[in-house]
Design a protein around this ligand. Structure first.
Ligand code: COA
Length: 260
């Protein structure tokens, strides 16, 4: 489908979604949100897609936040709705049921960092910068940042970033566990795509179960999480992919997974 603010493409079971407002550093406005909702709904049910790579157009920004020009019109009631709407969109991405890799190619500020946090894996270019600068505008993060950043880097670090609004660079984000890899800017998208292809080459039932099992750690006590892990492990053991994966190992060849 053609979008005004997104560029999308699919090759070898990997979809790439690029937020495309480089003249505004890919700031998220109402149109971007509407198109992202449509796009991720389509990706969820697209049988040709197993993994998604999400990035920003241009060399400067992943996403420099929600569009401040649109924020200005909010009041107490519409602000609450605005935050709930953004949260729902980012929940939709987190619960896609397929891995989403954020390739953070520049500024990931405010809603941009919150968007990256809703993705399952975060990779950064050496140029990436991360921050929750909302306090500079007299607001707090409203698209999940107060919750997901604290879960990603710990309460103390998240509190510092959210209370000061100060940005951190890619190496600091790596040390904080906010991203799992940092690459030279020119390599980032290729590396993210390679990782996506590697994930797409696995048995997709196992990938979906793994996604579910790891995701619940954010909201489930250990005992319940372990029970869920055992159930999902059992489900995997009933699949053709499991029979094929173990047979291929014994026969010293690459498995031919079918996703069933
Ligand atoms: N919302 C709306 N427009 C934005 C934006 C945002 N979050 N971030 C950047 N832009 C726009 C700028 O207004 C500018 O538009 P213009 O050329 O029409 O004036 C354009 O994108 C380029 O940004 P500019 O500020 O000129 O680039 P810079 O390199 O000097 O600074 C930043 C880059 C990221 C430091 C700066 O743009 C910034 O602080 N952005 C806001 C970040 C923020 O507070 N995000 C959280 C919002 S809740």
């Amino acid at each position: 489908m053609a979008y005004a603010t997104l560029v999308t493409g699919t090759a070898e079971r990997v979809a790439t979604v690029t937020i495309n407002r480089p003249e505004k550093l890919n700031a998220i406005n109402a149109r971007v949100k509407e198109e992202m909702r449509d796009c991720f709904q389509a990706l969820k049910s697209d049988p040709a897609v197993d993994v998604v790579v999400l990035t920003g157009a241009g060399e400067k920004a992943f996403v420099a936040g929600t569009d401040i020009a649109e924020l200005r019109a909010l009041d107490a009631a519409s602000g609450k709705q605005f935050a709930a709407g953004g949260q729902a969109l980012f929940d939709q991405i987190e619960r896609l049921g397929k891995p989403v890799i954020a390739a953070v190619n520049g500024y990931a500020l405010g809603g941009g960092l919150e968007l990256a946090l809703a993705c399952h894996i975060r990779l950064a270019s050496e140029r990436a910068r991360f921050g929750q600068p909302e306090v500079n505008l007299g607001i707090i993060p409203g698209y999940g940042g107060t919750q997901r950043l604290a879960r990603a880097v710990g309460v103390g670090r998240a509190m510092e970033m959210i209370l000061t609004g100060v940005q951190i660079d890619a190496q600091e984000a790596l040390r904080a566990g906010l991203v799992s890899r940092v690459y030279p800017a020119g390599e980032l998208l290729d590396r993210a795509t390679q990782m996506a292809l590697l994930i797409a080459s696995m048995g997709q039932v196992a990938i979906r179960m793994a996604l579910k099992a790891v995701a619940v750690t954010q909201e489930t006590p250990l005992g319940e999480g372990l029970k869920l892990e055992a159930s999902l492990f059992g489900l995997c053991c009933g699949t053709k992919d499991f029979a094929e994966g173990t047979r291929a190992f014994m026969e010293k060849r690459k498995p031919r997974f079918t996703g069933s």
